[in-house]
Design a binder for this molecule. Sequence first.
Ligand code: BDR
Ligand code: CA
Length: 302
Amino acid sequence: MTKKVVIDTDPGTDDALALIMALNSPELDIQGMTSVAGNARLADTTRNTLRLMNHLGHPNMPVAQGASRPLRGKFNYGYNYHGPRGLPVELVTTKSRPRSLRAPEYINSIGYSFPEEFVIIALGPLTNVARAIQREPRLVSWIKEIVVMGGAVEIGGNVTPYAEFNIWNDPHAANVVFDSGVPVTLVGLDVCVQVAFGRDDSDWREGQTTGGRLAADVLATWFTETHPDLDQYALCDPLAVAASIEPELLETKSATVSAEQEDAETYGQTRATYGDGNVKVALGVDVDRARAFVLERINSTH
Ligand code: BDR
Ligand code: CA
């Protein structure tokens, strides 16, 4: 059955690649995008989402604007990783504007319309999803699955020795989602750092489609201007989209998961207690198949 999908996103270079893939995937019936701050300020991530939709031939895709702040405190943006304003390339401007509904209300309206076939793919801090659950507790029973790019369960983090960026930016929201009992697939650094494009690989540079060329442009600019110091580009958000379509790319273990929201040193760390639980923690990935899947979906048309 086709999934009715909302993608919550903070573009973001790897978000951009993930959105290209999702739009090229007939398995996903995308109902809209919701923007959240994270990799950049909300104004930037919303503008980037709108411009990406326009550039990729979906100017009428609904985009609902979400949170500029986490449930507590402030976001720390990822400009140093993703480039100025979240993307290192300038996309053509668009007249499209966000919907009048804010992201939590938009998520709830889609859940209400498609109970039990509704899938959220969450590629940024979980603030919008948490707010949606807080406003409409019935949402939990309407959601079939949330595929979350977030966490570092059995390995170290990417912003601190303990924490992964998305969860670290709003661990309170992550806990609202984890504690709600909703089925979550957690695609964290444990798996996504293994699936990468290398500076010297030629295959990602060969895109012929609008999406493929944009992906190549984003990656080439990132490798030359944003990160001449790095040789690998981890495909984190793209792997979450891939897993939403082909879950067998991952090996998962059921667990209850919590994010540290008090202790300063380990703030944002994700901890799993394996056994029963609503979270499938991704601990293994078929690296070659996943990388090939990402490449194929970036370059295909739908
Ligand atoms: C995650 O954080 C963001 O910088 C990326 O877009 C991805 O969602 C990786 O930790
Ligand atoms: Ca992201």
